[in-house]
Design a protein around this ligand. Sequence first.
Ligand code: PHE
Ligand code: CO
Length: 260
Amino acid sequence: MKSELRGDYSRAGPDCAVEQDWSRYTAEQHALFRRLFARQAKLVPRYACPEWIRAVEGLDAAAIPRFDAVSRKLRAATGWEIVAVPGLIPDEAFFTHLASRRFPVTVWLRSPEEFDYIVEPDVFHDFFGHVPLLFDRVYADHLHEYGKGGLKAMRLDAVPMLARLYWYTIEFGLMRTPQGVRAYGAGLLSSGGELAYCVEDPAPRRLDFGLERILRTSYRIDRFQTTYFVIDSFAHLMRETAPDFTPIYARLRDMPVLEP
Ligand code: PHE
Ligand code: CO
């Protein structure tokens, strides 16, 4: 495991799972989570996609959640569950979890100094950004397909291409709705600054979803995005990603990578 990653990997099993050990969160950490939640809760009615808003109503996410309790609800709704992990995990473990309808959620919480910005995902990003959408059937099925596609991309040596798709959809995706463009990407939903920016600011490009364009487009992890890709619905995303990527990877492999 890469040593520069934050988080305690010493107790992780071969699939990188750990115990959440909920009793170890301090009162200060619950309070910090609540403050993060309160800030985002003010923004999401205006900027989040309706599927996310609908799902979060059933979740008590106002303190650091107990993963096992949420997993029980998720299993009943879409057959997904949460698996606690120390932080970022290797591709194979990550794809294997998704391909088994298990979503890895980081156990640690950022420090108060990182209220506005962290580079690695923490429990707030993973839980607030990703977990609610797992209650949506189409999104849930799509992410399952993505996980299987990830294992396949490993065999085809195409993970960097497929990772761009994850970035521009699951992390930073926008969706067209009757109310206008809304965010469904977890990196947007959990961000204090970028959530309004991605919907309202005139500066960034908002391009129609284009599979091959995305597979070829690099991304920056350390600043607001300059380009977002917009889907019509999760069914649209599902449809666009359903074809066999094998010939697409082969064709795009030697083409130049595009700047965002
Ligand atoms: N259709 C893709 C393939 O054949 C798998 C995939 C599905 C990837 C959904 C991403 C999202 O590789
Ligand atoms: Co994420």
